[in-house]
Design a protein. Structure first.
Length: 486
């Protein structure tokens, strides 16, 4: 039997304490992937169980129909599995009221509805169409360009948000709050600049109104969520007694730090564990530089070393030492946080990475490197450079990314970089011999990715080039072994 009603559940999985149909929708979420369903939707489910309210979610998949086709026959219900060394538990989430698949008109209608009070987003950085260098809409982005041609019929994130806010302004309806939940520094300000900048390109008065009246709180999110598998669906069946094609799995740990700025109200997310603060920035830096930075380093290194999962990386002593080194170096670049000990946080992260029950793919983490490295690796490296701290851990991560950028394993097997700038990387490396110095120089100089303060620093350049040369000459395993001895 397919999961479609709470009364269908026959196993040990827990279920919401509320009746989903009794609560209206107040949130539209753009980017209905596994992470949202393991994180924000779970906390919304907890908020509804504890405090009620019309806060269910209309989930929008901007590109794929797969998640919509899985959730629609199930009335939005799905199982979240939590795995650790002790076993697996399940909870059926009822927070999703409706799903929309790649339908811009239906999405704009949902965003424009006055019952929508919050719009949350997990679309990854490349999904926004914002130029990181300027903070404004990227004129080279095809979706941005198309939406500017037809601002009343948009299909991209900036166009949809701006058009919906224009409709609400014209009708005299209050604006929704826009809550970015992607791993980006100062993500509220990032998205605000993008939306206001988009509006200003065709309606300056609308841009001024958005800047003055729309709240864009920042948030920091954390929960390791691997891609679901056949084992996920098999365990969901055992725990619920139902076939669940939308089941996902995750770790027990979850964190959500949110700037408390919601003029139209919000769910009681604190009942799901959310923390509301005045300034998210320090928490963002901690997570981006420690967890995400170490993740990127171990993803490139581990993948090249033949380790498909993070847990496999942590099972290799030399690699585990390098993960610990990176966490320590990243922690030294952070400002103190009340009630947070960075050494304790690092130890917790290592335990989470070791979780034998979580099959988190290194290849999955490695995607979109050019979008992730600036905040995860280069930002702490800049701080280390300015304060006389050790640059080598960040140079090692950068060199491993450069080796990964070749798109070929040491056995000659090709792989897709899955990076929006993959063509630029290929052009930069085209025709070059496997020479660490020349490859490093090309990626520093032709890609405009690495900040000038690093790219023009002799010590940084020499360290990256030397490590990359070692990797290319002696192999990944030898480079890992030598690095771990330092």
């Amino acid at each position: 039997m397919r999961l479609s009603h709470l009364q269908d559940i026959a196993g040990t999985a827990t279920r919401p304490s509320y009746e989903p149909a009794a609560h209206g929708a107040g949130i539209v979420h753009l980017g209905l992937g596994a992470f949202h369903r393991a994180h924000q939707a779970v906390m919304t489910d907890a908020a509804l169980s504890h405090a009620g309210g019309d806060w269910r979610i209309i989930g929008v998949s901007l590109r794929s129909r797969a998640v919509v086709d899985a959730l629609t026959p199930q009335n939005g219900l799905y199982t979240v599995l939590e795995r650790d060394a002790a076993g697996v538990t399940g909870h059926v989430v009822g927070a999703i009221a409706q799903v929309i698949a790649a339908d811009p008109a239906a999405t704009l209608k949902a965003l424009s509805d006055p019952t929508t009070r919050i719009v949350t987003l997990t679309v990854t950085e490349k999904g926004y169409g914002i130029d990181r260098a300027t903070g404004l809409p990227d004129p080279q982005n095809a979706t941005v360009a198309a939406d500017l041609e037809q601002p009343d019929a948009p299909s991209g994130v900036l166009g949809l948000l701006t058009a919906a806010l224009a409709i609400r302004r014209a009708k005299g309806d209050p604006p929704f709050t826009v809550l970015c939940c992607d791993n980006l520094p100062d993500n509220g300000r990032f998205l605000q600049q993008g939306v206001v900048g988009f509006a200003r390109l065709y309606d300056a008065d609308l841009a001024d109104w958005i800047a003055a009246h729309v709240a864009f709180p920042s948030s920091m999110v954390d929960r390791i969520t691997p891609a679901p598998s056949d084992a996920t669906r098999k365990d969901a069946l055992a725990l619920t007694g139902c076939t669940d094609l939308a089941a996902i799995e995750t770790e027990p740990f979850t964190q959500w730090v949110i700037e408390d700025s919601f003029p139209q109200g919000r769910p009681a997310w604190e009942h799901g564990g959310a923390i509301f603060v005045e300034d998210v920035a320090k928490f963002e830096h901690m997570k981006l530089r420690m967890l995400n930075g170490a993740h990127s380093m171990l993803a490139y290194t581990g993948f090249l070393a033949g380790h498909p999962y993070v847990r496999d990386v942590m099972a290799e002593p030399a690699l585990a030492r390098l993960v610990g080194r990176h966490l320590d170096a990243a922690g030294q670049t952070l400002e103190p946080l009340p009630a947070i000990d960075f050494a304790t946080y690092a130890a917790e992260l290592k335990d989470r990475f070791k979780n034998p029950a979580i099959a988190h793919e290194t290849y999955q983490i490695a995607m979109d490197g050019t979008q992730k490295l600036p905040q995860r690796i280069f930002a702490p490296a800049l701080h280390a450079l300015a304060h006389g701290q050790d640059l080598r851990p960040f140079a090692f991560a950068t060199a491993m990314w450069m080796r990964y950028a070749l798109g070929q394993t040491e056995t000659g097997a090709a792989y897709d970089l899955r990076d929006p700038r993959a063509a630029e990387i290929a052009t930069a490396l085209n025709g070059l011999p496997l020479d660490g110095g020349r490859m490093s120089a090309a990626l520093h100089e032709r890609l405009t990715l690495i900040p000038d303060a690093l790219a023009q620093n002799d010590n940084w350049r020499a360290t990256v080039a030397k490590i990359l040369s070692h990797i290319l000459t002696d192999g990944v395993a030898a480079a890992i072994k030598a690095e771990a001895k330092l």
